[in-house]
Design a protein around this ligand. Structure first.
Ligand SMILES: O=C(O)[C@H](O)COP(=O)(O)O
Length: 316
């Protein structure tokens, strides 16, 4: 059987699949060439990340496809319902990248409260006075310890964020439309464990009380955070979006940064990918990363292995 991993897959995943006799092809086929390529090569399964779209038209045009695999969590680039209706298997790896995404949230948080994203750009090649001016400009940092983090969406990733926040000595508030409560277990290096139960509260309570807000919800039709939600937040709020572009209104974010309502912002995802709005890219106040929440060696390894395991079970 032939598998096209169009957005790549880890070597561990390739090895596991090849061991069971699958042929794994890792060329990157352009979106408009996919139909031709799949049909010409009689591809049985396509693996994608968030870049490749697998929508109804492609599914209809490629009768050899038996499985669509998403290496990651969000399935918004796949017409899941239609594919299942057509008898295809559709799989993803919902748990494999949680800690990587949660760690990226804290990379943004730690970086933004000490202005690393701007100071990196501005460090002078030479010149005492410029160095001193920068030291002064970036001397009003904030500690995370003791602050309140508001987690919007308390699934796997949100809970992983809570785990790190608790370890840091932050107070955790969380809200979720479906989850009332979660046990957060911290595993320490010496084998000890501590469990904290966190009951979720209302969306508005999180908006009102948090010092930092991080979003962990799937792609939505409408914004979750726009001007009216910024209004409900504390002045000088910090906000992170490592979930999906489109859950946070970017135009309203830029206004809220200008007015000082938002002091810190970190974005890993954008309303327009792969070309984010220039107003975001040019805004030195925003800590930016190019959708790399799940892009660690460890997460990609787990993703590859999990995909391989599921494919072997379903098609092997
Ligand atoms: O939904 C996901 O798993 C993340 O957004 C990661 O997407 P990526 O695999 O394209 O990095």
């Amino acid at each position: 059987m032939k598998i096209l991993a169009n957005d790549g897959v880890s070597q561990s995943g390739i090895d596991a699949l090849e061991k069971e006799g699958f042929e794994v092809i890792t060329v990157k086929v352009a979106q408009n060439q996919l139909e031709n390529y799949i049909n010409k090569n009689n591809i049985d399964a396509i693996l994608v990340r968030s870049a490749t779209q697998v929508q109804q038209e492609l599914i209809d045009a490629c009768p050899s496809l038996k499985l669509i695999g998403r290496g990651g969590v969000g399935m918004d680039n796949i017409d899941v319902e239609y594919a299942i209706d057509q008898g295809l298997h559709v799989i993803n790896t919902p748990a494999a990248s949680s800690s990587s995404v949660a760690e990226l949230v804290f990379a943004h948080l730690f970086g933004m409260v000490r202005f690393l994203h701007s100071s990196n750009r501005e460090m002078p090649l030479e010149g005492d006075s410029r160095f001193k001016a920068l030291k002064k400009a970036y001397s009003q940092g904030t500690e995370l310890r003791g602050k309140i983090i508001g987690i919007i969406g308390f699934g796997r990733i949100g809970q992983e964020v809570a785990k790190i926040a608790i370890g840091l000595g932050m107070k955790v508030l969380a809200t979720d439309n479906f989850i009332d409560s979660a046990d957060i277990t911290l595993d320490f290096f010496n084998g000890q464990k501590s469990t904290f139960t966190i009951d979720t509260i209302s969306f508005d309570e999180v908006l009102n009380e948090a010092d930092f807000i991080t979003l962990h919800v799937p792609a939505q039709e409408n914004y979750i955070i726009s001007a009216s939600e910024f209004e409900k937040m504390k002045d000088g709020i910090g906000i992170i979006n490592a979930a999906r572009g489109g859950v946070l209104n970017e135009v309203d974010l830029v206004s809220a940064l200008k007015s000082g309502k938002v002091q810190y912002a970190g974005l890993d995802v954008f309303e327009t990918e792969p070309t984010p709005a220039v107003q975001l890219l040019m805004n030195s106040e925003i800590s930016l990363t190019p959708h790399i929440g799940a892009a660690t060696k460890e997460a990609q390894n787990r993703i590859g292995l999990e995909l391989a395991e599921q494919i072997i079970k379903l098609l092997g």
